[in-house]
Design a protein around this ligand. Structure first.
Ligand code: ADP
Length: 560
């Protein structure tokens, strides 16, 4: 290394390295994702440049990323045939920290120098190449830019200095060799980075959809017990969401859904959107056919998967969709997500908020369309997830709530079918000024209620609320389309025509009522003469301002 130049890292770079080496990051395995993401970016770049200057390719356009391990030496190597770097570029890019957003980063680093939560803000910035030092005590990078005579070798032990020199390198691109810390080799306390299966697993997890092949040599034994070299491609590559939706078949969506989200059935609906606006993202969402059995449990932790340019960032991100849409499966890929987006920093992520709002809108729009275009399918959806939509009505307000209200359907006395509120209102006759509902166990019990008689006779439709949450939802709404909801079980229904109005109760009746009231003592508040009964002799009602019977039941259960 006679002509190698020794240089020092910029102070901030060293500070960052120290933080990293002292393992502020608990998730060291992400080093692999970072290196693969850099390699993939470098290939993107040469591919782009070669469009206008094909000579840059030097005849090599089989783009690939190759991984190799050497368990005896404790080494891991990654090579790409991307754009490489010139001498000056190495100094500029590799000697300086976090090219992207560096100013803000450095300022924060200084503010928090000895802070325990340094990890949180480091997570917001690309740690990229430096993450190698989490698993390696020496990093060697050899790179050659296209059409350059010489390559460049950069070596550092993460101790504040690095050496850099010109070397010969035949192939274009970059090779990075890690001399692993003992902890990260066979027998160490951490993951064994020299183990091919481990590497395979990490690639699947973090880099499965990187669009260039990530290859590694394996040495399986053949039938004669001899080992044979076999080059395997570790990633699936095809990020389905990057394709045009016109080119993706229903089967492909289903296959992807089942493989990635470990589902067994086909999705009920697929939403695939590419958005280029204030925020740039692609999303692929699935509405499942069946609700998972633990969807109402407190520990239910299902969210969307985040990618940044095909690199896996995070699973089960629950911040994107509101809780009532927690049944939606899928992913969002945005170049605006940092690879190291941490759960702690999600809270204040503006892009995430905007994306989340858009996704919610898109899901509601799709559900509305399903309701309008495919009633059968909507009922299937409703039987699985209707409860959650109802809870959504309770959790939202304004326009969004209106959209959710449009998704509500109930059984009713009109027919055996469910009805939307809109359809109910369309069927109302001219004099009707209320939306009537009845709470109860099921159709048989509510249809037997004496209160129903009068309504039936007058041809008034009654919504059936068999779900305990229904009445809560409706009480919250109070009205639909400026029409009040009215329980047929509460107070007086005020339904009689003028000429049917009864005369004042006579003395005899009053006496009778008083006697019954005395007899029932504390069991009822009041005994009244009813105007609503036809063939039944008596019925129980709730006081006008009191709780309905089903609400009383809910509260009773809650008290137990
Ligand atoms: P980031 O990727 O967030 O910019 P890194 O520290 O990972 O930060 O990388 C710094 C820069 O080094 C990259 O922006 C790129 O210009 C260069 N670089 C890193 N890896 C490679 C590679 N494999 N090939 C070419 N250039 C690379």
């Amino acid at each position: 290394m006679a002509n190698a130049e020794q240089r020092e890292f910029k102070t901030e770079t060293q500070k960052m390295l120290d933080l990293m080496i002292n393992s502020i990051y608990t998730n060291q395995e992400i080093f692999l994702r970072e290196l693969i993401a850099n390699a993939s970016d470098a290939i993107d770049k040469i591919q782009f440049e070669s469009l206008t200057n094909v000579d840059l390719l030097e005849g090599d356009s089989d783009f690939e990323i190759c991984l190799d391990v050497d368990a005896d030496e404790g080494e891991f190597t990654i090579s790409d045939n991307g754009i490489g770097m010139t001498y000056d570029e190495v100094i500029e890019n590799i000697g300086t920290i976090a090219q992207s957003g560096s100013q803000e980063f450095l300022q924060k680093l200084q503010e928090h120098q000895n802070d325990e939560d340094a990890v949180d803000f480091i997570g917001q910035f690309g740690v990229g190449f430096y993450s190698s030092f989490m698993v390696a005590d020496k990093v060697t990078l050899i790179t050659r830019a296209p059409q350059a005579d010489k390559g460049v070798k950069w070596v550092s032990e993460g101790d504040g200095t690095y050496s850099i020199e010109k070397v010969d390198k035949e192939e274009r691109g970059t090779t990075i060799k890690l001399d692993l810390r003992d902890d990260f080799t066979a027998g160490g306390d951490e993951i064994d980075v020299t183990d091919r299966q481990t590497i395979q697993r990490l690639v699947k997890r973090y880099s499965n959809y990187v669009e260039y092949p990530i290859k590694m040599k394996f040495y399986p034994e053949n039938e004669e017990g001899e080992t044979e070299e076999e080059v395997r491609t570790l990633n699936t590559m095809k990020p389905l969401w990057e394709r045009n939706k016109q080119d993706v078949s229903e089967e492909e969506y289903s296959e992807f859904y089942q493989e990635v989200f470990q589902e067994w059935s086909d999705p009920l609906e697929v939403i695939h959107k590419k958005v280029e606006g204030l925020v740039k993202y692609t999303t692929l969402l699935f509405i499942p056919e069946q609700a998972p059995s633990d969807i109402y449990s407190e520990d239910f932790e299902q969210g969307l998967r985040l990618y940044s340019k095909n690199n896996f960032v995070m699973d089960n991100c629950q911040k994107l969709l509101p809780d009532y849409l927690r049944f939606v499966r899928g992913l969002v890929d945005s170049p605006d997500f940092s690879l190291n987006l941490s759960r702690e920093t999600l809270q204040d992520n503006k892009q995430l908020k905007i994306i989340g709002k858009n996704l919610e809108k898109a899901v509601l729009k799709r559900l509305k369309k399903m309701l309008e275009d495919d009633w059968e399918q909507y009922l299937k959806f409703w039987s699985e997830f209707g409860q959650l939509i109802k809870s959504g009505v309770n959790m939202t307000y304004g326009d969004k709530r209106d959209k959710l209200v449009d998704l509500l359907v109930f059984p009713s006395s009109h027919s055996d079918e469910f009805t939307t509120l809109e359809e109910y209102v369309e069927r109302m006759n001219e004099e009707q000024d209320k939306i009537y509902y009845v709470t109860g166990e099921n159709e048989a019990t509510v249809e037997k209620l004496p209160q129903m008689e009068l309504l039936q006779e007058k041809g008034l439709e009654v919504l059936y609320f068999f779900d305990e949450i229904d009445e809560f939802v409706i009480n919250n709404l109070a009205e639909y389309d400026e029409i009040e909801f009215k329980s047929v079980l509460s107070g007086d229904l005020d339904l009689l025509d003028e000429d049917e109005e009864d005369d004042e109760e006579d003395d005899e009746t009053e006496e009778l009522l008083a006697a019954i009231e005395e007899n029932l003592e504390s069991k009822v508040d009041e005994v009244r003469l009813s105007k609503r009964l036809k063939s039944s002799a008596v019925c129980l009602v709730s006081a006008e301002a009191g709780l309905s019977m089903s609400m009383e039941k809910v509260l009773e259960q809650m008290n137990q």
